[in-house]
Design a protein around this ligand. Sequence first.
Ligand SMILES: Nc1ncnc2c1ncn2[C@@H]1O[C@H](COP(=O)(O)OP(=O)(O)O)[C@@H](O)[C@H]1O
Ligand SMILES: [Mg+2]
Length: 253
Amino acid sequence: MTLQFASHVKLRREAIESFDRYPFSLPAVRDLHSLELHPKVTFFVGENGSGKSTLLEAMAVAFGFNPEGGTKNFCFGTRTSHSELHEFIRVVKGFRKPKDGFFLRAESFFNVATEIEKLDREFSFGPRVIESYGGISLHEQSHGESFFALLMNRFGGSGLYILDEPEAALSPQRQLSVLARIHDLVNDESQFIIATCSPILMAYPDSWIYSCSESGLTRVNYYETEQYQVTHDFLSNPERMLRILLGDEAPKP
Ligand SMILES: Nc1ncnc2c1ncn2[C@@H]1O[C@H](COP(=O)(O)OP(=O)(O)O)[C@@H](O)[C@H]1O
Ligand SMILES: [Mg+2]
């Protein structure tokens, strides 16, 4: 029996009137029928604007998360700009229900931090919410530190974690630590769905990578991704790339 919490994402195409307007016109949505999710880690990669966040947000909302992020218990909203795509998405669930879950959006993590502070100002018999995030207000840490605290402290295993660009604000060293943390949580029966531009994170081996491009969603291997190829080309010879970008007069780095 598979341990995954979500096995497929399906688009109810018959209910969509027109694919000519946002969000249905995005290539990642326009050609979507049924997408199989990896039981452990599924990555969505692609250029800025290719539709990764729109797709991830719709999956998260279809799974019961707040569109702005957080756990399933968070229901604050500071804007209502999320797309209607979730109404047309069906997430095919597995046999088990996740015991834990988090929808992490780099864009609105600030609001999650504010919500935690608000909850902790309200009277409660239980421990403060922030205790499960490492005990230090997420506003009193750097963006990178607070993200990292969340992953290390709040994520408890047996969970479904939907992460939108978790590498934002993380140093390469911290991204390596996140990779190790993802591995621990996967071994603890968790499932991840991650949109990322990080060639470090998408190297996680027990995963599938879907590339979002003009031709829709295609499964690619790690070495085929543009993120790997561009980073590899640059780092293997920065001077050559700088000459191409800046001209022959480019100073050495
Ligand atoms: N409310 C909206 N109305 C129309 N277009 C939108 C809206 N929100 C986002 N878009 C467009 O949809 C595209 C995909 O956005 P997004 O899913 O955020 O991309 P990614 O996360 O891959 O960078 C972008 O080109 C963006 O301009
Ligand atoms: Mg995005």
